[in-house]
Write a protein that binds this ligand. Sequence first.
Ligand SMILES: NC(=O)c1ccc[n+]([C@@H]2O[C@H](COP(=O)([O-])OP(=O)(O)OC[C@H]3O[C@@H](n4cnc5c(N)ncnc54)[C@H](OP(=O)(O)O)[C@@H]3O)[C@@H](O)[C@H]2O)c1
Length: 281
Amino acid sequence: MSTEQQIPDLLLNSGVSIPQLGFGTFQIPPEQTRDVVAQALDIGYRHIDTAQMYRNERGVGEALAESGLDRDDVFVTSKLNNAFHAHDDALAAFDKTLKELHLEHVDLFLIHWPLPKVDKYVEAWGALEEIYRSGRARAIGVSNFEPHHLRRLMDESTVVPAVNQIEVHPWLGNEDVRAVDAEHGIVTEAWSPLGRGAVLEDPTIVRIAGNLDRTPAQVVLRWHIERGDVIFPKSVTPERIKENFALFDFELSEADMADITALDRGERVGSHPDEMNNTGR
Ligand SMILES: NC(=O)c1ccc[n+]([C@@H]2O[C@H](COP(=O)([O-])OP(=O)(O)OC[C@H]3O[C@@H](n4cnc5c(N)ncnc54)[C@H](OP(=O)(O)O)[C@@H]3O)[C@@H](O)[C@H]2O)c1
């Protein structure tokens, strides 16, 4: 267990434990990031998800440095910028990540998108394997990998990804990808676990929340936890940051779980990984 709030840990294939609940930082403006992440750490979050493309790693690093927490008590993830899949670019970008975060190592480093048209994710993975072997990332993984991307990566390289971070929420179960992840011992991380807020007005979610005297967000996040995925909801709103952390003193019934799972309608809030090829160049 990670904190006094008893956040469960999951074991990654690299032997490292990851807190099942963390804090997401996508779209937190760089100038606000230090304060917002400091609030999250203060509330008890011990897992922060950032990325080179969020341009807010520096704020995350400042909040960590000022928190007084032991480095080993916080799990930190970052992700490779889409522009840097070439081997040497990936190594240089990772060096910059450590500098921005003021850290000697990250706990997890991911390829952010496979970018099928760029077709360099196997090359990028070679760089991540080197980083992993050097000890500067305690685990490496991927994000937005469909089963065919995962299979090719595993066929053409040595280290099996520790995680696959994909879009999952009640309107997008993403069951095929979750099943392939599980088959290979890859932990699924569910990004946009709240569907960026869209699913919170779904009548089924509102009904279950009313019955349990919980908020819709808590019900949705609890559904993810009981399914076994790692989540890191994002909020810049202090009350919501607290609310999203209070998930471990209630449970959903089997019927509630089934009703939420049945909301799957294949609806994404983000891009489909086969269609995303934006390198920002
Ligand atoms: N790998 C990838 O490609 C990828 C893609 C997207 C996201 N991610 C990661 O996943 C994290 C989470 O995903 P996300 O940020 O896209 O979406 P999300 O966490 O599903 O939703 C965030 C949105 O929901 C609102 N919200 C948060 N808590 C709420 C609550 N209790 N009640 C009502 N509204 C609430 C937030 O508003 P306020 O902030 O205004 O409170 C924000 O607009 C990201 O921050 C990032 O770390 C990864």
